[in-house]
Write a protein that binds this ligand. Structure first.
Ligand code: CA
Ligand code: CA
Ligand code: CA
Length: 297
């Protein structure tokens, strides 16, 4: 169903403007991603059994599944695909569908004759679940997710290059800012959705997108004519770039595919491109990855 993914390659198939897209076929002529690249999805979890995601799930090499033992000593029992700090366990299965859709945009298996493609054909998905079907992500859960990423990267050598953060709201905190700063300090680009209230983030602050940290890329949503989506928040200094976020086809619960809209869908287009770049140029700094994206947009 690649032909329906207008954000990757807009041929006018949705009635929009041809080439109002992120030029992925052109990028894929050079590079389609690396299975050594790990993209962390901080969200409602990921359906790690989805047929178009399963092969691209990150699997913790130091952990034995289902034995009730913290084999790698990282403080989490049976953390195979990530963790679920929202519930205080290690099973990040998605019960909502939001995170599964986001993960499909960064990393659904490409060129396998099934469903959709991610921006990366074979990059790995780390699932960090902060909420169930009932609601938003509490800051305590996202802070713990940041800590897990830092631990797995700095102490266990997992090559996490970017986190996608398609959540947010009015309230920021010093603790949240500090946790994000630590993840950026570990070399993990922080990509965040600008928000869906149509407001100016320079005037009404929205977090985590709006923290004044240079390693954050805050993403607005555009439509198939390259216009700012009506719902998308924006901000001259607090929002960095726009990406497709209207009628986006990706993976859904139960092995399916469906359309969603929002800056939540725009953000993983950018996180996916960070993954692609970091796979093509191993060791690239957070600053150089962000700069390449902003200069190329
Ligand atoms: Ca463990
Ligand atoms: Ca275990
Ligand atoms: Ca596929």
């Amino acid at each position: 169903r690649f032909s329906e993914q207008w954000g990757f390659n807009n041929t006018g198939q949705t009635g929009g403007t041809p080439d109002a897209d992120i030029d992925l076929p052109e990028a894929w002529d050079n590079f389609t991603g690396s299975n050594k690249t790990v993209i962390a999805i901080v969200d409602t979890g990921v359906d790690y059994n989805h047929p178009d995601l399963r092969a691209n799930m990150w699997v913790n090499p130091g952990e034995i599944a289902g034995d009730g033992i913290d084999n790698d000593g990282n403080g989490y029992i049976d953390d195979i695909y990530g963790i679920d700090p929202g519930s205080g366990d290690s099973d990040p299965m998605d019960e909502d569908g939001h995170g599964t859709h986001v993960a499909g945009t960064t990393s659904a298996v490409g060129n396998n004759g099934v469903g959709v493609s991610g921006v990366n054909w074979n990059a790995k998905i780390m699932a960090l679940k902060g909420a169930d079907a009932s609601g938003g992500l509490p800051q305590s859960a996202t802070i713990e997710a940041m800590g897990y990423m830092v631990t797995m990267k700095t102490r266990y050598g997992v090559n996490i290059v970017v986190s996608n953060n398609s959540y947010g709201g009015l309230g920021g905190s010093q603790a949240s800012r500090d946790a994000i700063a630590a993840s950026i300090g570990a070399g993990i680009v922080f990509v965040a959705a600008a928000g869906n209230s149509g407001t100016d983030n320079d005037v009404i602050g929205s977090y985590p997108a709006g923290y004044d940290l240079p390693g954050i890329i805050a993403v607005a949503a555009t439509d198939d004519n390259d216009r700012l989506a009506g719902f998308s928040q924006y901000g001259l200094t607090t929002v960095d770039v726009g990406a497709p976020g209207v009628a986006i086809l990706s993976t859904t619960l139960g092995g399916g595919y469906g359309l969603l809209q929002g800056t939540s869908m725009a953000s993983p287009h950018v996180a996916g491109v960070v993954g692609l770049l970091a796979g093509a140029v191993p060791g690239a700094s957070v600053a150089s990855l962000k700069s390449a994206i902003l200069l190329g947009a």
